[in-house]
Design a binder for this molecule. Structure first.
Ligand code: GDP
Ligand code: IMO
Ligand code: MG
Length: 441
């Protein structure tokens, strides 16, 4: 029995969707514990490409139970669209999808506030996805948020909505000079959503605990990444939720004592979308090359992703903050044509080399990366299925990264397809899910 967390170790888009999809056949339940439709988790199955936003990536496996936990913020319109699109593509949701009564709702005024606030921040703008995720978490912390259960209780929903619309309209009009909302319009629209979603809404914390009691294996699917965590990320250039492993407990109601391991997902290099410090960022031709080869454009917003070298300072920080047991390394194939490959092993700051990620925003902003250079392998690793099939120099790169991180790799991904995946020798995944060997070899 193993319940494990899969978490991004960088600034998101590490390939969590693919890794979750590969592990799903070995678990019974996949649960999202934070974030909302700011996430874009891509899963490629043959010629089909799915981008999951609020629904766990496990949904593509028939029979896998998928839960949207209490820590997630749900935009009901966007969720219903996602559900309809999956159903049209032959995915079964009834009996497989469960939404927490306590999940907070993204209301129409949240994206409006998100955009208005970004516009006001000027050069300090965060570069959010504009989905209203930040303002929805603001309301949750301010104790004026509206939850899934409220949506199913019309008088209560109306009362909370009236309070919020009055407050948000003042904010939109007087602070941001932006468009306002009417209660009736939102009410009508959201009551239609309520009818749609009601069959899926339940006490998911209770359900998850019962399932675990009966021996079901649960995978907690993180969204975003460690460096976007509200507490541990590069504040204020972060998202507004607990993206790190600790969030898995609070965002689901499953206690930490019932979680057995944490798997981090890292790219073989680094990307970031939006503003904020990025010490190992590349520029010029190499950045263009990686962006093109890795198709580094946002799955949700289409924005070009900023690209950089692998940052072992960030990697070690992710190991520490999440207590990672192991790392799945993705997109190794994207580096195939690089003559030399840099790895950031420390930050130069005022004559010192820092090897622990600094907490201070100004230090991160000023830090210069200290690089180690490795020779590229100049051969295709695309679709490799065994470590032995990799060029010696690619294996050397992997060994060096493992050494710098201090934890073993479990999977190496060499393409977007399910079977473009290497199961590492002595992979910690085998300890949790022995059946992985037969499915990946
Ligand atoms: P997530 O948000 O962490 O799930 O990651 P995204 O889906 O936003 O971005 C990862 C992208 O890389 C997706 O388009 C995946 O299909 C793709 N991908 C995942 N693993 C690999 C890999 O090993 N090689 C290549 N070339 N693409 C990959
Ligand atoms: P997945 O789950 C990459 C970034 C945004 C912005 C910051 C805040 O696909 O890895 P928000 O809309 O959350 O308030 O934006 O966080 N961001 C992501 N970057 N991948 C994501 O999700 C992200 N979700 C949010 O670009 O910098
Ligand atoms: Mg993504």
């Amino acid at each position: 029995m193993a319940n494990i967390v899969v978490v991004g170790t960088q600034w998101g888009d590490e390939g969590k969707g693919k890794v979750v999809d590969v592990i799903t056949p070995h678990v019974d339940v996949v649960v999202r514990y934070q974030g909302g439709n700011n996430a874009g988790h891509t899963v490629v199955v043959g010629r089909e490409k799915y981008v999951l936003q609020s629904i766990p990536s496990g949904i593509l496996h028939r029979g896998c139970r998928c839960v949207v936990g209490c820590g997630v913020v749900v935009d009901p319109g966007s969720l219903i669209e996602e559900m309809e699109s999956l159903v049209q593509r032959g995915v079964t949701l009834d009996g497989n999808l469960f939404i927490s009564k306590n999940a907070h709702l993204i209301m129409p005024y949240h994206p409006a506030l998100d955009r208005a606030s970004e516009a006001k921040l000027g050069k300090r703008r965060i570069g959010t996805t504009g989905k209203g995720v930040g303002p929805a978490y603001v309301d949750k912390a301010a104790r004026v948020g509206i939850r899934m259960a409220d949506l199913l209780n019309e008088p209560l929903f109306r009362e909370k909505l009236e309070l919020n619309v009055a407050q948000k309209n003042r904010l939109l009009r007087e602070i941001y000079d932006a468009q306002t909302f009417t209660v009736e319009e939102i009410l009508n629209q959201y009551l239609r959503y309520a009818g749609w979603l009601a069959p899926y809404v339940t006490d998911t914390a209770l359900l998850l605990t019962r399932w675990i009691d009966s021996g079901y294996k649960v995978l907690f699917e993180g969204a975003q990444g460690t460096m976007l965590d509200v507490d541990h990320g590069t504040y204020p250039y972060i998202t507004s939720s607990s993206t790190t492993a600790g969030g898995a407990a609070t965002g689901t109601g499953v206690p930490p004592t019932r979680i057995h391991g944490v798997l981090g997902v890292s790219k073989a290099y680094t990307t970031r979308v939006g503003g904020g410090p990025f010490p190992s960022e590349m520029s010029g031709a190499i950045a263009e090359h990686i962006r093109a080869r890795g198709n580094e454009y946002g799955a949700v917003t289409g924005r070009p992703r900023r690209c950089g070298w692998f940052d072992a300072v960030v990697g070690r920080y992710a190991v520490r903050i999440n207590g990672l047991d192991t790392v799945a390394l993705t997109k190794l194939d994207v580096l195939d044509q690089c003559e030399t490959i840099k790895v950031c092993t420390g930050y130069r700051y005022r004559g010192e080399i820092l090897t622990d990620f600094p907490e201070d925003e100004t230090v991160v902003g000023e830090a210069e990366p200290a690089y180690e250079e490795l020779e590229g392998w100049g051969a295709s690793t695309r679709g490799a299925k065994n470590e032995a099939d990799l060029p010696a120099k690619a294996r050397r790169y992997l060994e060096r990264l493992e050494e710098l991180l201090g934890v073993p790799f479990c999977l190496i991904s060499t393409g977007a397809q399910r079977d473009e995946t290497i199961l590492c020798e002595d992979s910690p995944l085998l300890r949790w899910f022995p059946s992985v060997r037969s499915s990946l070899l």
